[in-house]
Design a protein. Structure first.
Length: 420
């Protein structure tokens, strides 16, 4: 693998030039990444030794090299704060991070907003999309609160209506793609103008057939299809050019393993003129007609944005295909172990093409929260319990750095559990 070639593409042909005091941490990052034997090895991450971190759907872990680069940029910034924050030193580097993200996501750089997170992206849309009184915004019960509450919050003020439809959670694992499409299409109403889809939801990990649903919805008059990619960007390849959505909101601090509190928002060129930015400051005149008017927040965490470029470069150096294969292997291993244990129930899609490395497991007769605690106390395994209405599951979300042996430590706890 020619990592150096990957790197210069991923961080933008810019590399370390033109970065002032940030050139040194960037150069160190490039050199050390180029020399790394295996970017997915456990010692490339700062997790507490011995813990099995299976909660990447919640928040990811930043690779050591990305964290070091980030700290290096922060330190450089402190050598002359106003120069680094406002002197334009990093303009080209931030633009290179945007271009790297665009290449990674299969879209154009002038469609990528560097924002704060998925919730931020949906708030921009719920507050600013050109909708009329009585227009309907539709989503299912699998839609995350961060992609739902903003619509409910602004509905009264803006005059649109929000409707939520129910997918029967216990039946979802057995649904095929056609049925998932059909359920969404049947839920559309005559006034549905906006359809919000979790590309992969955070409860069951259903990989929604977004492109098919988007095409069917448009035929029925839906104007805006907006997708939540919080659980996809970094977990699965994203091909925005062919997904058929107008907007796609992401949180790179999960699977892309970028510093916390950064977001990516894809706004297609078609939708951009139909969204009014809600936070504006001096740059608005400068960014007229540009996607950058959606990130004109005033002072921002530019060192973290530089590190986002490095985080994407790191993913590419680790090998997108190789990581994807590792994730699929982990998923298969878990699914097969659940199938082999009579006291366990797999609550997620049974077909990898409709799922992801975010899956829900129920233990017959056991409450999810104490199980998560036991997994931690007995095996130092981190998962997340979902004792939601209609669900009593542990959500398990390994990433490519995890191993089947770590999953087995969880199964040691789950498979041995007997109803008390
Ligand atoms: C599917 C989904 N959407 C949105 C969010 C909200 O993410 P953030 O807090 O980064 O905005 C999450 C967080 O877990 C999520 O899983």
């Amino acid at each position: 693998m020619d990592r150096r070639r990957f790197l210069s593409r991923a961080v933008g042909a810019l590399g370390a030039t033109g970065l002032g005091a940030c050139a040194a941490p960037r150069q160190r990052f490039e050199d050390r990444l180029g020399a790394l034997r295996d970017p997915l090895a456990a010692d490339c991450y700062g997790l507490t030794p011995g813990i099995a971190y299976l909660n990447h759907a919640n928040i990811g872990t930043v690779p050591r090299l990305v964290g070091e680069a980030h700290r290096g940029y922060l330190e450089a910034c402190e050598t002359n704060p106003s120069h680094y924050m406002f002197g334009g030193v990093w303009d080209a580097a931030v633009q290179a991070a945007r271009e790297g993200a665009a290449r990674y996501l299969g879209c154009r750089a002038d469609e990528v907003v560097l924002n704060r997170n998925t919730t931020d992206g949906f708030n921009v849309l719920a507050a600013g999309l050109a909708l009329e009184r009585g227009d309907e915004v539709l989503f299912s019960n699998l839609n995350h609160v961060g992609a739902s509450v903003c619509w409910q919050h602004f509905a009264g003020q803006r005059g649109y209506v929000v409707r939520k439809f129910e997918l029967p959670l216990p039946a979802v694992p057995d649904m095929n793609e056609a049925e998932l499409v059909d359920r969404h299409v049947k839920a559309l109403g005559p006034r549905t103008r906006v359809l919000v889809l979790p590309h992969i939801d955070n409860l069951l990990g259903v990989r929604t057939p977004v492109a098919r649903i988007a095409a069917a919805a448009r035929q029925r008059g839906v104007e805006f299809v907006l997708a939540d990619g919080a659980q996809v960007a970094g977990m699965l390849p994203v091909d925005l050019a062919n997904l058929g959505v107008d907007a796609y909101c992401m949180s790179p601090h999960k699977w892309l393993q970028a510093p916390k509190g950064l977001g990516l928002l894809f706004l297609s060129r078609k939708i951009q003129p139909k969204v009014t930015p809600q936070v504006v400051t001096w740059g608005q005149h400068k960014w007229e007609g540009s996607v950058r008017r959606f990130e004109d927040y005033g002072t921002r965490d530019l060192p973290a944005l530089l590190a986002l470029g490095d985080a994407i470069a790191y993913q590419q150096a680790a090998g997108i295909e190789r990581s994807a294969m590792k994730r699929a292997t982990l998923w298969r291993h878990a699914r097969d172990r659940v199938a082999a244990e009579p006291n366990l129930i797999w609550r997620s899609p049974r077909d990898w093409n409709l799922g992801g490395v975010l899956f829900a497991i129920e233990v017959r007769g056991a409450a999810a929260e104490p199980l998560a605690e036991q997994a931690w106390e007995r095996q130092r395994v981190v998962t997340r319990a979902f004792p939601a209405p209609g669900l009593n599951t542990l959500r398990v979300s390994p990433n490519a750095l995890n191993t089947t042996a770590e999953l087995d430590r969880l199964f040691d706890v789950l498979a041995r559990h007997r109803p008390g």
